[in-house]
Ligand binder design. Structure first.
Ligand code: C2E
Ligand code: MG
Ligand code: MG
Ligand code: MG
Length: 279
């Protein structure tokens, strides 16, 4: 017997399957409890302006500090959270925490810098997404221009509804970026139909751009396309000076990657923001 599971994985019923589903059930249960037990934490990765090397943004990235298993990276639980629908609750928590933190920094006199929050397709499918965002901004007091929502092209969206929702968010003052740009089926479709402020070049194109002429061509074309459309372009996964130099020569606006900083916990990014205040 074959059972279709999600997009592209077929599970065969075997004795091990009971173990697998039990593990999944356990993880799912733990994931929900973790919210009540305060086991989630947001890390922040700085986004740096190419020419000035100043921090002009930061991406909030969730971490799970599991009491027994240690820190679980999002790649290991976000997909399950998406399948089970728990991401809707978790995503709202992320949004609220990111807004609370950003507001707190601004109130403390640190330089006001927008925060980017990843939005799951499951959140996007919620009819009340607009209201949720509006309500979180109201509760936290964060001005909307300090919030950017990252959407990915793997989201198969109802174009009419999506462009309506995204336009409403834009009207509210919230920015929209396309994450992992170039990896989905509908990159150009998104650009054509949605009000996009920023493109994030996926790190799979950045990794080998010094050695792979295809990657180099794709990256320079994305930058040119963005600029023609008046959209900022940021490169993800920048790890070394060779990649940096290429991106600089091709006038990429911003970079995010280990070269400048990995995602870091609150006290560490606070120190970076402090430094920026005095320099
Ligand atoms: P993403 O949104 O594309 O985030 C960027 C990922 O690339 C992060 O992985 C970051 O740590 C990693 N990265 C940044 N610079 C470099 C680099 O120079 N080299 C390498 N090798 N990696 C780099 P992370 O934190 O493990 O997150 C993975 C993915 O999990 C994210 O990809 C995002 O899709 C998802 N995710 C994380 N937090 C959330 C969240 O709060 N909500 C939702 N829906 N998804 C999230
Ligand atoms: Mg992202
Ligand atoms: Mg990305
Ligand atoms: Mg992603």
């Amino acid at each position: 017997k074959v059972k279709e599971q999600g997009k592209n994985s077929f599970l065969f019923y075997t004795p091990e399957m009971d173990v697998v589903s039990l593990e999944r059930l356990t993880l799912e249960h733990e994931m929900r409890n973790a919210l009540l037990n305060n086991e989630y934490e947001l890390y922040y990765q700085p986004q740096v302006e190419m020419n000035t090397e100043r921090i002009i943004g930061m991406e909030a990235l969730i971490r799970w500090n599991h009491p027994h298993k240690g820190r679980i990276p999002p790649g290991e639980f976000i997909p399950l959270a998406e399948e089970s629908g728990f991401i809707v609750t978790l995503g709202e928590w992320v949004l609220e925490q990111a807004c609370i933190q950003n507001k707190r920094w601004q109130d403390a006199g640190l330089p006001p810098i927008p925060v980017s929050v990843n939005l799951s397709v499951r959140q996007f499918e919620q009819k009340n997404l607009m209201e949720v965002v509006q309500e979180v901004l109201r509760r936290t007091g964060l001005p909307p221009q300090y919030l950017e929502l990252e959407i990915t092209e793997t989201m198969t969206l109802d174009v009419d509804r999506a462009s309506k929702v995204l336009s409403q968010l834009k009207q509210m003052g919230v920015s929209i970026s396309i994450d992992d740009f170039g990896t989905g089926y509908s990159s150009l479709h998104y650009l054509k139909n949605f009000p996009i402020h920023r493109l994030k070049i996926d790190r799979s194109f950045v990794r080998d751009l010094e050695h792979d002429p295809n990657d180099a061509a794709i990256v320079s074309a994305i930058i040119a396309l963005g600029h023609t459309m008046n959209i900022h372009v940021i490169a993800e996964g920048v790890e070394n000076t060779g990649q940096l130099r290429f991106l600089q020569e091709h006038a990429c606006d911003e970079i995010q990657g280990y070269y400048f900083s990995p995602p870091i916990p609150v006290p560490e990014i606070e120190m970076m923001l402090q430094d920026q205040l005095v320099s």
